[in-house]
Design a binder for this molecule. Structure first.
Ligand SMILES: Cc1ncc(COP(=O)(O)O)c(C=O)c1O
Length: 412
């Protein structure tokens, strides 16, 4: 595990954190990828301040008109006939639980399929349906009994030892086997992250999603896209589902929806799947007015003309610069990403995953370059993640890579 010094930060400005002594740290990962608009975007700050002054909270019995505005806005961008939504969560973990409940109640089936290396949240159930079993070690109730895990489309380390020119998406074929031999025979849904974020910024090959959709149709599975990390412009599109043409039945959102880190979540679904009663999934702080206002004002910014084009442009810049770093430094096996969601696969001898070096890079970036980065799999993985806020300037992106380059030069 890497350990960052426990500075006390006083202010956040743009993508910079400032400590007690006035020392500035450049945040290359937008908090935990949730500060889509940086630390203090003026539009969101103003709208949230106004809302707090007027009415910070009322029971969700009365918040529907506010929620409708956010859902109507989101639904303008949703693919595959997704035209309804639910906003009674404030975290991505329970939004994913909500999505699974929708699929189970609608289909009457029980089992849930997810990918190795996936991360769908921290509650016992969300941990249970995630493909990172080490996090369940001490918690017997987090083994979700109807949960199956299947190999991830991790092309850099293909679990089927294939290569892009030979790839027939055996990882999709393997799902049929899991349904036939490992499931109870009653499978409700498949949940995926369009880009496996925590698992290591893993991007499936283009044909993966088409085949996955076909498989879901064949077996009658509801396809859930967990866009908690990829949603709200992170990939240069409002939803990664649009970019990759995923055609999901349900999309879950959190993180970036709150703009400046205000917790909020949403579940978007085709109307036929809008089957829950309020008492079946509702939290005290779900759809509270601070969250809903943060979501509304964040969407106003992200949907301004040119905003997403600008993210795509800056994403290309970041990708080009990180690919140059990968060519220059032997410890980078691959730079991969899309939009402003990038990862560097850190390797050692014989291309083996090098977690120690990965954490060393992150620690040194913080201590010596005042650059904040994060590692995959809670510090147990070997991918350095680079995901600045969508509002980072070109100069800031160049500066992040410059500092990273200086750190990498000290590793061999
Ligand atoms: C893809 C994904 N889904 C769900 C979650 C859980 O979200 P939260 O921490 O808001 O519960 C996370 C958090 O990191 C995530 O990355």
């Amino acid at each position: 595990m890497h350990t960052l010094t426990k500075e006390r930060f006083r202010y956040g400005k743009g993508i910079t954190l400032i400590d007690d002594s006035g020392k500035e740290y450049l945040d290359g990962v937008s908090g935990t990828f949730n500060l889509s608009l940086g630390y203090n975007h003026p539009h969101v700050v103003t709208k949230v301040q106004e809302q707090v002054a007027n009415l910070a909270h009322m029971s969700s019995t009365f918040t529907e008109p506010y929620v409708e505005e956010v859902l109507d806005h989101l639904i303008q961008y949703t693919p595959n006939g997704i035209d309804a939504g639910w906003m009674r969560d404030i975290t991505g973990s329970t939004a994913n639980e909500c999505a699974v409940k929708l699929a189970q109640k609608y289909t009457g089936a029980t089992d849930i399929i997810s990918l190795y290396l996936s991360h769908h949240g921290q509650t016992q159930f969300a941990t249970g349906i995630s493909g990172n079993a080490f996090r369940r070690r001490k918690f017997p109730n987090s083994a979700a009994p109807n949960s199956l895990h299947v190999p991830a489309p991790y092309c850099y380390r293909c679990p089927f030892n294939s290569s892009p020119d030979k790839c027939g998406c055996q990882c999709v074929e393997a799902i049929s086997d899991a349904i036939e031999y490992a499931s109870s025979g009653s499978v409700a849904c498949m949940i995926i992250e369009p880009v496996l974020g925590n698992g290591g910024n893993i991007i499936p090959p283009a044909k993966y999603f088409k085949q996955l959709r076909q498989l879901c149709n064949e077996y009658g599975l509801i396809l859930i896209a967990d866009e908690v990390q990829t949603g709200i412009g992170r990939t240069g599109y409002m939803f990664a589902s649009e970019l990759f043409d995923i055609q999901p039945d349900i999309i879950t959102l959190a993180k970036g929806l709150g703009g400046i880190g205000i917790p909020v979540a949403a579940v978007l679904m085709q109307s036929r799947l809008n089957v829950l009663e309020k008492h079946e999934h509702s939290f005290t702080s779900g759809s509270n007015l601070i969250s809903v206002t943060a979501a509304k004002s964040t969407l106003e910014v992200v949907s301004e003309p040119g905003f997403l084009e600008d993210v795509r442009f800056k994403g290309k810049l970041l990708g080009t610069l990180l690919t140059e770093l990968a060519d220059k430094h032997d410890c980078i096996g691959e730079a991969r990403g899309v939009g402003l969601m990038w990862g560097l696969e850190i390797v050692g001898e014989g291309d083996a995953p090098d977690t120690v070096k990965c954490n060393g890079i992150i620690d040194r970036a913080f201590a010596e370059q005042q650059l904040i980065l994060r590692g995959s799999r809670y510090g147990y993985g070997n991918v350095v993640k680079v995901r600045p806020s969508l509002t980072a300037t070109e100069e800031e992106i160049v500066e992040i890579v410059k500092r990273l380059d200086a750190v990498l030069a000290t590793f061999h």
